[in-house]
Design a protein around this ligand. Structure first.
Ligand code: HEM
Length: 231
């Protein structure tokens, strides 16, 4: 029964909240003064942005932001490859997940720990931080730590052979928990916390991931420099 709840109910709730939450927030302006004025725009929703902290503690924003984002991108791609490999029994794809996931996980943890630390020790960054700045980092650090604990410390790998078919059953709308029910506890916890995180995602600054217009992704860097005044 618990397996049904956590591996059928929770994934569908999380997917609905993830997609529905992003659409609702982008149309309703819920966090802004445009609240309740339905519009195809998030203009004025200042909490949609990441509230850049790059003005302060510039030396640490580099390792934090670069490692965190590249780590996540590598992890996303390696999970995808692993799940497809697990569904079709491609051993080499799982091997790719193992090593790319390990590398991505370490890079990600390094960046995320930096990001958390700079929110705690740089006074200006601490002052501008809101609870969700900390909560999203703690969520992600916990998820990555559970994944790495299992693969790098317990040295258990190959759960994708169970997770792949189960994920495929979810997306085919024919949910079947028989495979994932046999996964180790740590891996189940990893997946459950990840789904809780995805359900929470649209209500945090991470919603910037779905930014429209998409020019946001390749817009020029915002350069923050010290202004030298001529005497
Ligand atoms: C619903 C989403 C997710 C699912 C279903 C999932 C599932 C899995 C599974 C099954 C493994 C073990 C692979 C194996 O033994 O073959 C794994 C490993 C891992 N996951 Fe996730 N995961 C999810 C989200 C995340 C997220 C958001 C992160 C990052 C914060 C993450 C980070 C990791 C890491 C670092 C590993 C270890 C990789 C390695 O050492 O090779 N996962 N995940």
């Amino acid at each position: 029964m618990w397996d049904n709840f956590f591996f059928i109910g929770l994934p569908y709730i999380a997917i609905l909240m993830f997609v529905g939450g992003i659409v609702y927030r982008s149309l309703s302006g819920i966090m802004s003064r445009y609240r309740a004025k339905w519009d195809l725009s998030v203009r004025g929703d200042y909490l949609w942005t990441t509230r850049s902290t790059g003005f302060f503690g510039r030396a640490s924003i580099g390792p934090a932001s670069l490692c965190l984002h590249w780590g996540l991108i590598i992890l996303f791609i390696s999970h995808l490859v692993g799940f497809i490999g697990g569904s079709y029994n491609f051993g080499s794809w799982i091997e790719f997940f193992k090593w790319a996931g390990l590398g991505g996980g370490i890079i990600f943890l390094y960046g995320a720990l930096w990001a958390l630390l700079r929110r705690i020790i740089i006074p200006q960054v601490k002052a501008m931080s809101t609870p969700d700045d900390y909560i999203v980092l703690l969520f992600l650090i916990l998820i990555a730590a559970l994944g790495l604990y299992q693969s790098a410390i317990e040295m258990v790998f190959g759960i994708s052979f169970l997770a792949g078919p189960w994920m495929a059953s979810i997306f085919k709308l024919q949910p079947d928990v028989s495979a994932i029910a046999g996964a180790p506890f740590i891996n189940k916890l990893h997946i459950i916390v990840a789904f809780l995180f995805f359900a929470y995602f649209p209500f945090t600054k991470l919603v910037h991931f779905a930014s429209y217009p998409f020019g946001y992704i390749n817009r020029p860097f915002v350069s923050v420099r010290r202004r030298r005044t001529e005497r």
